[in-house]
Design a binder for this molecule. Sequence first.
Ligand SMILES: *[C@@H]1O[C@H](CO)[C@@H](O)[C@H](O)[C@H]1NC(C)=O
Ligand SMILES: *[C@@H]1O[C@H](CO)[C@@H](O)[C@H](O)[C@H]1NC(C)=O
Ligand SMILES: *[C@@H]1O[C@H](CO)[C@@H](O)[C@H](O)[C@H]1NC(C)=O
Ligand SMILES: *[C@@H]1O[C@H](CO)[C@@H](O)[C@H](O)[C@H]1NC(C)=O
Ligand SMILES: *[C@@H]1O[C@H](CO)[C@@H](O)[C@H](O)[C@H]1NC(C)=O
Ligand SMILES: *[C@@H]1O[C@H](CO)[C@@H](O)[C@H](O)[C@H]1NC(C)=O
Length: 652
Amino acid sequence: MFEVRTPSVAVEHARLLTFMRNVARTLTWVLSVCMTLLSHVLTSFTLQHSGDGGLYAELLQNRAFQQVTPNTTAALNAWSALNGAKLAVIADPTPVSKALPNSLQFTVPSGSSGAVGFTNAGFWGIKVDSAWTYKASFYYRFPASSSFSGTLTVGLRANNGGATLASATTTIHGTATTWTQVNLSFKPKSSASNLANSFFVSIDGAAAAGHTINFAMFSLFPPTFKDRPNGMRIDIAEALAEMGPAFFRFPGGNNLEGETFGTRWQWNATVGSLLDRPGRVGDWGYVNTDGLGLLEYLEFFEDVGMEPIMAVWSGYALGGTSEPESQLAPFIQQAKDQINFVIGDPATSAPAALRASLGHPEPFTLRFVEIGNEDFIGSAPSTYPYRWRDFFGNLSAEFPQIRFLATSNVGSPILSPAPPSYDVHVYQTPTWFYQNAFYYDSFQRDGTTYFEGEYAAISTNSSNLFGTPAQGRLLWPTVASSSGEAAFMTGLERNSDIVFAASYAPLLQHVNSTQWTPDLISFDAGSVIRSTSYYTQKLFATNVGDQYLASTLPTSGSTLHWSITRSSSSGETFIKVANAGSATASLTFDLSQFSTVAGTGTLQQLTGAQTASNTPAAPNTVTPKTSSITTGKSFTFNAPAFSVSVITVTTH
Ligand SMILES: *[C@@H]1O[C@H](CO)[C@@H](O)[C@H](O)[C@H]1NC(C)=O
Ligand SMILES: *[C@@H]1O[C@H](CO)[C@@H](O)[C@H](O)[C@H]1NC(C)=O
Ligand SMILES: *[C@@H]1O[C@H](CO)[C@@H](O)[C@H](O)[C@H]1NC(C)=O
Ligand SMILES: *[C@@H]1O[C@H](CO)[C@@H](O)[C@H](O)[C@H]1NC(C)=O
Ligand SMILES: *[C@@H]1O[C@H](CO)[C@@H](O)[C@H](O)[C@H]1NC(C)=O
Ligand SMILES: *[C@@H]1O[C@H](CO)[C@@H](O)[C@H](O)[C@H]1NC(C)=O
């Protein structure tokens, strides 16, 4: 047996026996996504550009004028005129595609001189890196044919002073009255010292005076993660990959649901040519391009070595309306099609044949599908019983190999058929998290499994979790909040016979467009900030065995918690200790069950002041430190106040 003693905690043998489940248990840590959940900032329920402007590497904001109202100022979001140009977003009588009805109409006023054009400000700036070759593209057409011929210059410029940082040119012809695509690439001569840079398109004003040109579907990409076309931003993707994630939950989160039925996320609107993706008004107040579509997500998961936990829409819109049972059939069919796009056989399934035509004939891995999102909110619980019954009934009949997750509160309402699994969410205080490290210990072992799909310590004020920072809401994870989460996570490991996955949420935050704090990873247009909770997740995800070793139990409700797992192949034993209290805690480990225990182990430790955080101004305030530690069959370990520690020692 693996015993842990603390001076103040008596070993409770009766309870110990209860938990001596000497079965090998496996646990996989999961990356939360809420990709789209995190995004742009317009309403109190708008989340912070985690996809567009975040993980998805596209640099231009409002690149294709999707879902905007023509002729409004808002339609020109992120675009500005240069040197007197006239700009308007119009409903083009001859649109570039059915899905993209709007174009940017650019008029060079008569009497112009010098370079006249327009800019795009990116997602709160554009990083200009001399190591990168940028790929730009757009479509243009002249609404009226003419003999005009001129040179367009396309590139990057500094906002202050307007210096050109990189550019390329192309010749355009007034006879081009149908849409013509232009691809260009350019490489800056030097890197810019800040992010205050824009994409620009310009033309010689004197030569082009009086002419009007329509533009559509712009794009500007830096190099991407694993060089995927239409791919992911390298630094954010690497921060995710570095955590050793096993899963990615997508495509939401609330963003799956839509405020209305019509604005729900629909898989088929996110695949194929970018010209065929209409985009949608997301649930967090800004337009989603859907450039990061179903296939891009799946390829990214393969590139990182993660599995999806995919959600299907289940008949409820966030605005509070449910489809009646008699109207569910087409939505159930759409969910089947979505799943078949991922795993179906191209020979027998049209969505699978579409996947094959897009370059991925092999099915992707898909073992978990979630039916809806947070069906414990608003009026969702009152209709979830029939929605669950019909979606689960039909989908589990067609896909018996998939495990389906319910998203209502566990056991309320009572669902029939009984859900194989639940997705559980909790946002609470650091104190709640360490006090609830035994949350799952009392759950019945009846075959039901659990995904802790969203959790985070978000406030120190238990009577006002969602209040202001002045009332205790955290802007950034703190050492104390991360230690509290770590205490809870030791309970997830102990209960990993029924808790199969866990993911902190939200995952990503653009610091210039924030709707929700705190977040695991923050970023701006140029850099990435790993929070203390990020390092906690990474410590747990990258130091886990395939066996859970029963040990003396921590005291329920206390600030000190631990869990022990072991790799059966290497013998590496991972002892995780979370101290969420303000005093050092001493523990003695008795590993005498093993015949040999290495005399030296490795200690990885995250610790700091209670309220210390990693922020844009000080991104590396608290990072894990690695050192060696004296181990052996018995050794004592002092866990500092507010700390997360992983001791790795080889045992045989
Ligand atoms: C947009 O504005 C242009 C020019 O001001 C006008 O000709 C056009 O009719 C307007 N279109 C719409 C849809 O309002
Ligand atoms: C983005 O946020 C950072 C950090 O708060 C700030 O320094 C910067 O000025 C902001 N940029 C823009 C374009 O608002
Ligand atoms: C522009 O690049 C895209 C992507 O590589 C390609 O499909 C398209 O044919 C190119 N267009 C032109 C006009 O070269
Ligand atoms: C997606 O499929 C649904 C039917 O399941 C259809 O109503 C909708 O128009 C399609 N959207 C796109 C963009 O193809
Ligand atoms: C499948 O869905 C339909 C339409 O909602 C429903 O009538 C039927 O009972 C469902 N089948 C199963 C096996 O749940
Ligand atoms: C916690 O929230 C409550 C309810 O809004 C408020 O009255 C109280 O002042 C807050 N506590 C602190 C320490 O800000």
